[in-house]
Design a protein around this ligand. Structure first.
Ligand code: NAD
Ligand code: ZN
Ligand code: ZN
Length: 361
């Protein structure tokens, strides 16, 4: 049996997205059918539409979502109908080398649904990041459903499914920000502002937000930046050094992902500081650094995929902190929109007008 729902499909490279009827199979063994309530618009959805991820068109977009489990397949016992869940793209396998070594956030064999959702004519859809949640219902692996406190609003809870988790985790997990640290965040979009909020939650006492757009710097201050720098007016490295007594920051997070911002991150660190790359570069980008500086400045150069999160550990904890008023997730929801507004939301994102547009269903 299948259910027919409306979904946002990216039909071909560079073409505008379309609303289409999507056939969603009943859940098979290990799978779950989820009624989507909210799904944020992430930069990665736009990358898919532009052919920047792969060529497996048509895509069913959307991957930053929360909803209610409607049905589960055989062998699923950790979740059931009625559970409020955040969808994740890291359903760890428990068996690969990374999982067996106790580092499941590096799992390289994560689970997705085995059955495919299709268009009405049977054309299989590729769900973005194995989720496909710009749709009234979606089919995922049960491990992609993380139960959280249903007191959280769906449009807020869903944020943890991708960008906000990536930023929070870049600071809290990958960067291991600690009490009293000085942290700088380059690029204060949704991911960078989440890194600012994560640094505050972790106890950093100086948090410097850097961007080329003053609107983003205002949001960064709201989320906990103690200082902000517009790097079109002021040299970012010099500014970060002078705000840290001439030393540089303990942790610098690059939430842009360009050679020039990475170079700033590299030099804006204190001796033996940590640089974390969470922004995603494109294949043509190259970096040249004096190897003697890599040696002489010491410290750690790290990358952060999905904030090194473990959904089962991090999502419920972060939702609890949100409900206690200690993590201002509401501030990330700039606007709520309908399924038919995704194309316009991409344009607003490109113009820098939003931290997050969230589709409500
Ligand atoms: N590592 C992960 O798991 C993960 C997950 C989600 C998103 N991302 C990536 O994180 C990056 C940021 O995503 P986002 O949703 O915040 O995007 P966004 O477009 O909302 O934010 C990017 C910000 O960078 C600023 N910026 C651009 N060039 C700059 C420069 N030279 N110096 C300083 N600031 C600059 C922009 O003004 C904007 O505020 C993207 O590359 C995205 O693909 C990574
Ligand atoms: Zn694994
Ligand atoms: Zn995303």
């Amino acid at each position: 049996m299948t259910t027919t729902v409306r979904g946002v499909v990216s039909p071909a490279k560079g073409s505008p997205v379309e609303i289409a009827d999507v056939l969603v199979p009943d859940p098979g063994p290990g799978e779950a059918l989820v009624r989507v309530q909210a799904c944020g618009v992430c930069h990665t959805d736009l990358h898919y539409r532009e052919g920047g991820i792969n060529d497996d068109f048509p895509f069913l977009l959307g991957h930053e979502a929360a909803g209610v489990v409607e049905a589960v397949g055989d062998g699923v016992d950790e979740i059931g109908p009625g559970d409020f869940v955040v969808l994740n793209w890291r359903a760890v396998c428990g068996r690969c080398r990374a999982c067996r070594r106790g580092r499941p956030w590096y799992c390289f064999n994560t689970h997705n649904a085995a059955q495919r959702m299709t268009l009405e004519d049977g054309t299989p859809l590729s769900p973005a990041l194995g989720i496909g949640a710009f749709a009234e219902k979606t089919l995922v692996h049960a491990g992609q459903c993380t139960k959280v406190d249903p007191a959280a609003k769906p449009e807020v809870a869903g944020l943890l499914g991708c960008g906000v988790m990536a930023g929070l985790g870049a600071a809290m997990n990958t960067g291991s920000v600690g009490r009293g640290d000085a942290v700088a965040v380059l690029g204060c979009g949704g991911v960078g502002c989440a890194a600012v909020a994560g640094a505050r939650l972790a106890g950093a006492t100086r948090i410097i937000g850097v961007d080329i757009d003053d609107r983003k710097l205002r949001w960064a201050r709201e989320l906990g930046a103690t200082d902000t720098v517009n790097s079109t007016e002021t040299d970012a490295v010099e500014a970060i050094r002078s705000l840290t007594g001439g030393f540089g920051a303990d942790v610098v997070i690059d939430a842009v992902g360009r050679p020039e911002t990475y170079q700033q991150a590299f030099y804006a660190r204190d001796l033996a500081g940590t640089a974390v790359l969470v922004g995603v570069p494109t294949p043509d980008m190259r970096l040249e650094l004096p190897l003697l500086d890599v040696f002489g400045r010491g410290g750690a150069l790290k990358s952060s995929w999905y904030g090194d999160c473990l959904p089962s550990r991090d999502f419920p904890m972060l939702i609890d902190l949100y409900l206690q008023g200690r993590l201002p997730l509401d501030a990330f929801v700039t606007e709520t929109i309908g399924l038919e507004d995704v194309e316009e939301a991409f344009a607003a994102m490109s113009r820098g007008e939003v931290l997050r547009s969230v589709v409500l269903l």
